[in-house]
Design a protein around this ligand. Sequence first.
Ligand code: SAH
Length: 275
Amino acid sequence: MEEERTQSKKRKRNKPRKSQNNNNPSHQKNKVTHEPNQSSSAPAHPTKSSTFLDKMRARLSGGHFRMINEKLYTCSGKEALDYFKDEPALFDMYHTGYQEQMSHWPEQPVNIIMKWLKNHNPSLVVADFGCGDGRLAKNVKNKVFSFDLVSNDPSVIACDMSKTPLDSSVIDVAVFCLSLMGTNYQNYLKEAHRVLKPCGWLLIAEVKSRFDPNTGGADPKKFSKAVCDLGFSSVLKDYSNKMFVLLYFKKKDKQKSEMKEIEWPELKPCLYKRR
Ligand code: SAH
């Protein structure tokens, strides 16, 4: 994955325009379905013009993904929830682009988390914060509560993950796999702390450059300190992967009665370049 190192200027327009290119059938097709052109007049073999249309479709689709991605990194969880409530089709558009980006990563962090769970007791109850297509739940034996902004699957609970419907102290493992996207990401971690049992695990996988101060990312020590101040102990930091870091924390058994003000570092958006 190539990634823009600098935060680009916030675009005024954060949604693909509905009315743009209305007279262009390829655009209409591309907007929500990502299906191949099924027009009866379409030639059986690709011609120069159909290859061109395919390229244009892919470009539009990639552009929409990058726009939605930027939106999610530059707004709060509540705004993101409203954004998708207005147009749930944008969520599919986002995940088509997301999977495309992921296909270029040598290793996907969600697979490492699956392996970690498979090496632990399957009775551990998991909360997957920002589960995407819910593949973690589908690939482990554990009971998994999956949360995301939109649910296309009955096993996924649609909500802003800063406010899940879970009771307090019921979860053994809270997972954030590339999902600390909102500008209020600290509220997601506070929610994880609330729902975790004492000594419960917090597993965070994040894009490496977001924690690289040399390229404008956050200081990982500051981030780790903030998480510890929230009531966790740092257990392991794994920087071995080229694309992402994996941070393992455990919720402290006993909480200090007086909470001090926590200094959360800003996490820069992870923006994707056009391929
Ligand atoms: N964890 C999945 C998907 C990562 S993409 C995987 O590794 O495959 C990040 C996901 O976080 C997106 O699906 C996005 O919709 C979700 N997300 C971002 N902010 C959220 C919020 N406030 N509440 C719920 N889900 C959120």
